[in-house]
Structures are given as C-alpha cells and as structure tokens.
Design a protein around this ligand. Structure first.
Ligand SMILES: *Cc1c(COP(=O)(O)O)cnc(C)c1O
Length: 416
C-alpha cells in the first residue's frame, strides 16, 4: 500500500501491523517480552550485524527482532505511524520527553562544542542544558524571540569559537507566553555556521503545536522532538517522548537510545497507538474550543490581557511568523487576570471540570499558575523579562463541551 495516497489520520488504525501474524487480532497485542527467539543461529548473526552497524541493511531486509531494549513490535509499529505525521524517514520513541531531548543533545554535542538555545524553554530542558551540559564542557549561547538573525550570529561570533557551533535547539511557541521563534531564520543561522565536514543540527521541540498544526521539518528542522505525554498521548495517563528525522540522524539517535536504554516500554507504546487513532479529532476539537474561549476572555472585565496565537494582530512580526509556520492557533491560552497572585488563585480555586494541574494537551482541560508552579525555578528578573507575571494563568483546553467550559470560566472569573 502506498502511504503517500493517504492522510496520516487514515493510517493510524492499521499502518505497520499485520493481523495475520497475531491470530487475526485487529489490534496489536502488547508484546510483553524481553527477548525474541531466532529461527537459526545464522538469522541471529544477521540481525546483530545490522543492529550494531557492522554492515548496511540489504534493500529488502528489515531489522529483525532481537531484544526489547533494541526493538519491539509495539515500538516499531508506533514509530512507523508517528513518522507519517512529520513525513519523516524514521521516528524514535522514548520513555519521556526529557529522555528524547537529553538523548539528542548528548548525541549531537561534544565537550567544547557550542549550543545555541532559545529562551524561555521547558524548565527540564533548561535545567539539563544549564546544569548537566555545562558541567561536561558544552558552552551555551541563548537567544529569544526578540533577537534578529544578525544579533544571533553576532553573539555566536563573540564566543570566539563559532566553528564549534554544533547544534541549535529551539522551542516554539514559548511556554507560557506563546512568543514565536522563526524556524527558517534558525535554519539560516545553522547553514551560516555549517561547513562541508560539519553540519550544524537544528532541533525543534514541537510539543505545543505538533504534530497537527506545525511541521518544523518543512521549515528546515533536522530533528523534531516531542513530549508524547502531551497531545500525542493526550489522556494524562502516560509519560513518553519522541524524535522524528531522516534515516542518517535517526540511526545515530537510535544507537544512543539502545545504549542509554531509555526506549518506551511495550505497554506505553500500545497506549500511544490507541491515542494516535484519535489524535486529529482531539486536537481539532481542542482548537475549536480554544478559539471560542480566547474570543470570549477579553470581553470579561476581570481579564487584563490574553496571549493566544489566534489573537495576534495582522501586520506584526509575530503574526507573520504565525502565518508562515502554523496551520492553526492551537489550544494553549495564557491570560492575565486583573490583580495579582491572590486574584489568579481565586480563579483557579473556583474551577470544577477544568482541573488545577500542570501538563497540557490532554482530553481534560487543565489550568495552572506558571509564576508559582511550572516557572517557579526562574528568578523574578527573568520572569518579569519574559512576562510571567503573578496574575498570569495558563489554560490547556480539552475536549469538554465548549459552552460548559465558557460558563465555568465565566463563573470562576466572576468570583474575582
Ligand atoms: C512536558 C514537556 C517536555 C518534557 O516532557 P516529559 O514527557 O514530561 O519528559 C518537554 N518540552 C515541552 C515543551 C513540554 O511541554
């Protein structure tokens, strides 16, 4: 079957799985096994030669099943399906978003190398880079959505070792302010510092908008990273991560994953296969409700300011990036209530079906207070600079009835 003739959502129920190999079972069983029996010693030898890169795969040869840290049917079916969303050659699933992120940072950086990193980024990513990578001798240069290409290049040159730039790691939109980084500008920076024998790798954390509303590879990203805990999993019942990219880079990512041993387990993969079947309809419904909520919020007199991609003003630089990079405004809204922490807490404490919890992208709507929760680790100065004020609330819109959501938000705002 030529997968190119189908949209990804049509293939999420069947692609990469043969029922006849599993008693006709329409859904893949969970392959809870640590190891796989070889038919012959010769076959085992052939599988190992490919897995360890001792020889290239033959044209028609598949990597045989060896041991569940290297590969497993649930892992492979899931990887085949997830790569369709980014139209990538391959995909690798990890036990968490953080293990996906730390693995690609480790694989494509050596001690002494330079990493260009967008700020603000997810707290865990920031911590891994500014604590662990610094400790092993990686130098980090940060940039924000405000910086121009020339300013970024200038900052890299100022380190005195621009030839050491090895990787650019970007998260866009920024959490929780929805500030946008232009991926194609990052690609130009990567090209500027790439040489014939050293390509600067551009990795994009697409957790907030992917895989439905954003395809970073179309704008020049080499690797696309996800916390699959969020929209991809989508039911707040698992932790997982993913990386998509071309065959060559993914080969390296998978070899390091084999030796770090941070692949997702069969049960998590099976849950993610279930989740992918409804990925598109979930995300579309979440976006529809978010658009209505973001339109309603500014009309309530307890609301000061709303940050939502769908509310950007035409003609601004942000709007231009939004139009180029995203197919929709997504389902993440941040807004300031009038007042400070007390008023924000009053709102949060009066929500009912909307749950007071961190994380995002799930079927249930979630609300949290970035300044005292997800972003408490940042200094007051940094929080002020990037707009994480005490009156800011972040909302991840779920699949509940949108009128119910608006009524509940209205009632909680009325309590202020
Ligand atoms: C949640 C999240 C992560 C980390 O993923 P885990 O699955 O929690 O390890 C990384 N990046 C972004 C943008 C996230 O929201």
């Amino acid at each position: 079957m030529n997968t190119k003739h189908y949209k990804p959502e049509s293939l999420m129920m069947s692609h990469g799985y043969k029922p006849e190999l599993s008693e006709g079972s329409i859904k893949p069983p969970i392959f809870m096994t640590s190891t796989f029996v070889f038919k012959t010693a010769e076959e085992g030898k052939a599988f190992f030669e490919v897995a360890y890169g001792i020889r290239e795969k033959e044209a028609e040869e598949n990597l045989g099943l060896i041991y569940s840290r290297i590969n497993n049917p649930n892992l492979e079916i899931l990887e085949n399906r997830l790569s369709l969303w980014d139209n990538s050659d391959d995909s690798a699933i990890f036990e968490s978003g953080m293990s996906a992120i730390s693995t690609i940072l480790l694989e494509f950086l050596n001690p002494g190398d330079l990493l260009l990193f967008s700020s603000p980024s997810y707290g865990g990513t920031d911590h891994f880079i500014n604590n662990f990578l610094i400790k092993i001798g990686v130098e980090v240069v940060c940039f924000t959505a405000e910086d121009s290409k020339e300013q970024i290049i200038e900052r890299i040159n100022q380190t005195g070792k621009p030839e050491k730039l090895a990787q650019i790691f970007v998260e866009t939109p920024a959490n929780p302010t929805n500030a946008l980084i232009d991926i194609s500008v990052c690609k130009e920076v990567a090209d500027h510092f790439s040489t014939e024998d050293k390509k600067v790798i551009l990795a994009v954390d697409n957790t907030y908008m992917g895989p439905l509303w954003s395809s970073p590879m179309e704008h020049g990203a080499d690797l696309v990273v996800y916390s699959a805990t969020k929209y991809i999993g989508g039911h707040s019942d698992l932790i997982a991560g993913a990386v998509n990219g071309n065959t060559e880079l993914m080969g390296r990512v998978k070899v390091l994953r084999t030796f770090l041993g941070n692949m997702a387990n069969p049960h998590t993969c099976w849950l993610l296969l279930r989740s992918l079947e409804t990925l598109k309809i979930r995300m579309e419904q979440q976006q529809r409700s978010a658009q209505e909520i973001a339109q309603f919020l500014p009309t309530h007199n307890a609301v000061e300011k709303v940050f939502y991609l769908g509310n950007l003003q035409a003609g601004t630089k942000e709007y231009e990036i939004y139009k180029k990079q995203y197919s929709g405004p997504g389902a993440m809204i941040s807004f300031q209530v009038k007042g400070g922490e007390k008023e924000a807490f009053k709102f949060l404490n009066n929500l009912k079906v909307i749950k007071l919890a961190v994380s995002l992208g799930s079927t249930e709507s979630l609300a949290q207070h970035p300044a005292s929760m997800t972003h408490i680790g940042l200094s007051q100065e940094v929080r002020d600079k990037i707009g994480i004020t005490d009156n800011l609330v972040r909302l991840s819109v779920g699949v509940e009835n949108q009128e119910d959501l608006i009524r509940e938000i209205t009632e909680a705002l009325d309590c202020i």
